[in-house]
Write a protein that binds this ligand. Structure first.
Ligand SMILES: Cc1cc2nc3c(=O)[nH]c(=O)nc-3n(C[C@H](O)[C@H](O)[C@H](O)COP(=O)(O)O)c2cc1C
Length: 257
């Protein structure tokens, strides 16, 4: 079983491809939203002959909030040996690896020593100074990723590890100091709005994995529990969703087959 979370489709693609290559079922953890947010003792069993994998985007050099919450609130029962995780980043991952392994160990008693990273196109556009990659760089990342996914699958099958994890500079500062501040202070959704180009198609509501958008008079309304996956802003077909005055000139991205 491969559990994934994805805002703009990169991690979903990696998980699906690994699922095909490993003959394993792929599960979007957003589908467990109700259980994870309401139940005290939520547990999932995974067959010992299957593998146990996690695929998640890197957010602020750490784990995406949704994956972190899933691992904290779900007891995973697994007696098998094929355990792995893939951190899907734009550039580098800082402490995401440690956060995943520590949380999994603490809550489910599972040791995960195989955690690698894959670079895919950048989707962080809600802060000045950041933005999507050039078309050329995005294409290059996608081509390289396509070559690396089978290598990860091979390593999982043969019980080895795939030694590629791009940690980046100052991982402690970024992962242990900036990450908690980021999670505490930047998760708000008050700056999102739909401009006059909105056609009330409702795609933002449908794509939000956190059920944090509801249409009111045909326009999206953010409900206050955003995890900043940026699915809504990137998937809007009219580029009508904006974040304050930051995103008007920024590109948009989501994984297309
Ligand atoms: C809130 C947020 C924070 C991010 N932080 C990082 C980061 O620290 N390092 C990095 O390399 N990429 C970062 N990114 C980029 C994503 O990790 C990257 O684009 C990833 O491939 C997106 O995966 P997805 O399409 O499955 O959501 C961030 C993206 C978002 C939305």
């Amino acid at each position: 079983m491969i559990f994934y979370f994805s805002g703009t489709g990169n991690s979903k693609h990696v998980a699906q491809k690994l699922g095909e290559l490993l003959g394993s079922q792929v599960k979007n953890i957003a589908d467990y939203y109700e259980e994870v947010t309401t139940l005290k003792n939520f547990s999932i069993g995974v067959d010992k002959d299957d593998c146990l994998g996690f695929v998640s985007p890197v957010h602020s050099w750490g784990l995406s909030k949704t994956m972190s919450r899933f691992l904290k609130r779900t007891k995973i029962n697994y007696q098998g040996k094929k355990i792995f995780a893939v951190m899907v980043c734009g550039d580098n991952c800082g402490k995401a690896r440690e956060m995943l392994s520590e949380t999994l160990k603490r809550n489910s008693g599972i040791e995960c020593n195989f955690i690698c990273s894959i670079q895919m196109p950048n989707n962080y556009i809600v802060m000045k100074g950041f933005g999507t990659d050039s078309d050329e760089l995005a294409k290059q990342k996608l081509t390289t990723a396509e070559l690396e996914i089978p290598k990860i699958a091979e390593a999982v099958k043969s019980g080895k590890t795939f030694d590629r994890y791009v940690i980046g500079t100052h991982p402690f500062l970024k992962g242990r100091i900036i990450y908690p501040l980021f999670m505490k202070f930047t998760m708000g959704d008050k700056k999102f709005f739909a401009d006059d180009n909105c056609i009330s198609c409702g795609l933002c509501e449908k794509t939000c994995p956190e059920k944090n958008i509801s249409l009111k008079n045909g326009k999206p309304k953010w409900l206050g529990h955003c995890v900043k996956c940026l699915a809504c802003i990137h998937r809007c077909p009219k580029k009508s969703i904006q974040y304050g005055d930051v995103t008007q000139e920024m590109g948009r991205y989501y994984y297309k087959n």
